[in-house]
Design a protein around this ligand. Structure first.
Ligand code: PGA
Length: 244
């Protein structure tokens, strides 16, 4: 393994307080032999202060699933980066396709969020990904280029990008490792050229599970995974975190 791998659990709008406690209590006991794996969990906002207490003495790192692009103000229903930081988050998922679709988030908004997260010394995990039709019509590289161009700030020391084809999320469909590799190479070249960022953590997300993780890691050269459904099942995430 060349560099640290990030395993990011995106719990989405799942788990009540007691289910989240039970899962976290099990997660903190996992012995990750390999200290090159970072275990990052992203619970719902209301769970964050509760889970934060459980993971304090462990290697688990906390992330939020979103934040507002302004520091504070009249934004009913939104959550500020200040509170996210105060509860101990080190990462923030930005621009997930579910936010782009359900909350009409544009790449410009995503860039503003990423800038704010970085200015507060947290790490944005910026999501990109094409739809099924965009893939079918061979438009995927163009779409990814547009999302990177508008959504990622310039001249950063490093950036985390999660490639999540929308057609793969929750569907059980996963691109071949060659296809993931193609997107990784394309993204890294493009981000270096157009954004002047050379250190890129390229994550793959979309129907990752304990059976496909090892091939994805071995053959596509990704630096980690963003995991939804499988991160809610202890047996699955345990195998994923300890696979190597
Ligand atoms: P999935 O979700 O692993 O359930 O496909 C991934 C994601 O949306 O981050």
């Amino acid at each position: 393994m060349s560099q640290v791998k990030l395993i990011v659990s995106n719990w989405k709008m799942n788990l009540n307080i007691s289910q989240a406690r039970i899962l976290t209590k099990k997660l903190v006991k996992i012995q990750i032999k390999n200290n090159l794996i970072k275990n990052i969990i992203c619970p719902q906002f209301i769970l964050l202060p509760i889970i934060s207490k459980f993971v304090k003495e462990s290697d688990i790192l906390l992330g939020a699933q979103d934040c507002h692009y302004k520091k504070f103000g009249a934004y009913t229903g939104d959550t500020s980066i200040e509170l996210i930081k105060e509860v101990g988050c080190k990462y923030v998922i930005i621009g997930h396709s579910e936010r782009r679709k359900e909350h009409h988030e544009t790449s410009n908004i995503i860039r503003e969020k990423a800038k704010l997260v970085i200015s507060e010394k947290l790490k944005p995990n910026i999501c990109i990904g094409e739809s099924f039709n965009e893939r079918k019509n061979n438009k995927y590289l163009q779409i990814l280029e547009e999302q990177i161009n508008a959504g990622i700030p310039n001249n950063l020391n490093e950036v985390i990008i999660a490639y999540e084809p929308i057609w793969s999320i929750g569907s059980g469909l996963v691109p071949t490792v060659e296809k993931i590799k193609e997107i990784k190479n394309f993204t890294c070249d493009f981000v270096l050229k157009s954004k002047n960022i050379s250190k890129i953590y390229f994550l793959y997300g979309g129907s990752v599970n304990s059976k496909n993780i090892s091939d994805i890691f071995k053959f596509s050269g990704v630096d980690g995974a963003l995991i939804g459904g499988s991160s809610l099942i202890f047996e699955e995430i345990n195998k994923i975190l300890t696979f190597s």
